[in-house]
Write a protein that binds this ligand. Structure first.
Ligand SMILES: Nc1ncnc2c1ncn2[C@@H]1O[C@H](COP(=O)(O)OP(=O)(O)OP(=O)(O)O)[C@@H](O)[C@H]1O
Ligand SMILES: [Mg+2]
Length: 395
């Protein structure tokens, strides 16, 4: 049985934690075994529920509702210890002071990787029907979601080749260079990590895994949400809806309130137009901070307004392959992207797609990898790459 996974992302402070926690509370009420997982080092989930939930294991908040704030430091030592130990020994041999060495070997993105690994563990544990992920603000989340594929690429290239070389040369090299060669256990650790990350990627590309965009009706926030929809699609993630949060209630008020209501109305119209293909849930501005399961669930219930907050989107994902008479067309949905924002290159079995400052190294499916790219264009919010099938070579 697959687990329904929903990741909540959006600009800083828009209400990701609040809406993620509220959605989780609703899921638990509906009898789903629900876990809310935070990948954000700020760990505000506990504050939202009004409880202390730090600790290495999930904490039960109420029936069927559990919270887990990943303790990156502890997990770091378990998963990366071996690899880091090796890197430190290399730096030590090179005469780098141990404290500096320790700092240098704290791999950037390690916290995010660990959050992903924790997500994987929970997803395959069989303990949950629903996992809600409260992500860090957009930029970090995008980096997080690009990681499994990027690291997989890196590990295959760097460690895959090196392992063979090192095996053969280890005795000679160690003596000659004075630098310790990695033990097999280091490579084993890298391989384990690689496998786990591949599994993360597989879990996140299931139909039951989606990303939800949280925003407030403000121009800059919406602009960022549009860009993240493009980038999420580039990486192959399905976005299943938009939560417009902190909407001022219409009604009589002073000039200040009327000003805000009018400005939000304009931006909400923009949101409706921008995200026309997605459900848009509107969440009102509460008269106070929504804290505690009751408040959070109440706010979310009003926002979803009878819609199923866990409905799995129908329709095709962001990447499709269609056969044609002479070959096939690979289509990657890139909402809002213009021709000049997109760059495409082919390197052997890979397609390198760059959109703005984000890049994806897409391993071509076997059905396409042997064929030639004959044309590409960006049109109606998608990149279409046309492949021509060559005659099969006779053996
Ligand atoms: N609809 C709402 N009405 C009133 N207050 C809200 C609403 N949504 C969120 N808040 C409040 O706004 C603050 C920020 O919300 P929250 O922590 O959920 O945002 P976030 O997007 O998770 O922030 P961060 O980027 O720091 O993780 C909190 O104090 C929260 O209680
Ligand atoms: Mg938060």
């Amino acid at each position: 049985m697959t687990v329904r996974i929903v990741l909540f992302t959006g600009k800083g402070g828009v209400g990701k934690t609040t809406t993620a926690a509220g959605t989780a509370a609703l899921a638990a009420r509906a009898g789903q075994r629900t876990l809310v997982l935070s990948t954000d080092a700020a760990h505000s989930l506990g504050d939202a529920f009004g409880l202390k939930v730090v600790g290495p294991e999930p904490v039960e908040i109420t029936t069927d509702l559990w919270v887990h704030q990943v303790d990156a430091q502890r997990r770091f030592e378990r998963s990366w210890g071996e690899i880091q130990g090796y890197l430190m020994s290399v730096l030590d041999a090179a005469g780098v002071d141990p404290i500096t060495a320790e700092e240098l070997t704290v791999i950037p993105g390690a916290e995010e990787v660990l959050a992903l690994l924790e997500l994987r563990n929970h997803a395959i544990s069989g303990s949950w029907d629903v996992i809600i992920v409260d992500c860090a603000p957009t930029a970090e989340t995008l980096r997080l979601l690009a990681l499994p594929e990027a690291l997989g690429w890196y590990m295959t290239r760097v460690f895959g080749v090196q392992r063979r070389v090192v095996r053969a040369l280890r005795p000679v090299l160690s003596r000659a260079a004075g630098v310790p060669m990695p033990e097999d256990s280091v490579f084993d650790a890298v391989e384990r990590l690689h496998r786990d990350l591949e599994q993360v990627q597989q879990i996140l590309s299931e139909k039951d895994s989606t990303v939800r965009l949280v925003l407030t009706p403000e121009t800059v926030v919406v602009a960022e949400a549009r860009r993240s929809l493009t980038t999420l699609s580039l990486y192959g993630y399905r976005v299943d809806g938009v939560i417009a949060n902190r909407i001022f209630p219409e009604g009589e008020g002073d000039a200040w309130r009327e000003g805000w209501v009018a400005s939000q109305r304009t931006v909400l119209a923009e949101i409706t137009e921008s995200f026309a293909e997605l459900p848009i849930w509107r969440s009102g501005y509460s008269p106070g901070e929504p804290v505690g399961t009751e408040d959070l669930a109440g706010l979310a219930e009003a926002a979803y307004d009878g819609a199923d907050p866990l409905a799995v989107p129908t329709g095709e994902g962001p990447m499709t392959i269609t056969r044609t008479n002479t070959g096939a067309v690979l289509r990657i949905s890139l909402p809002f992207a213009q021709k000049q924002d997109v760059d495409l290159a082919r390197h052997g079995d890979e397609l390198v797609v760059t959109v703005g400052s984000y890049r994806r190294l897409l391993a071509l499916p076997a059905a396409l990898s042997r064929h030639t790219v004959v044309a590409a264009r960006v049109e109606d919010g998608s990149l279409q790459v046309r492949f021509r099938f060559e005659q099969e070579e006779q053996p």
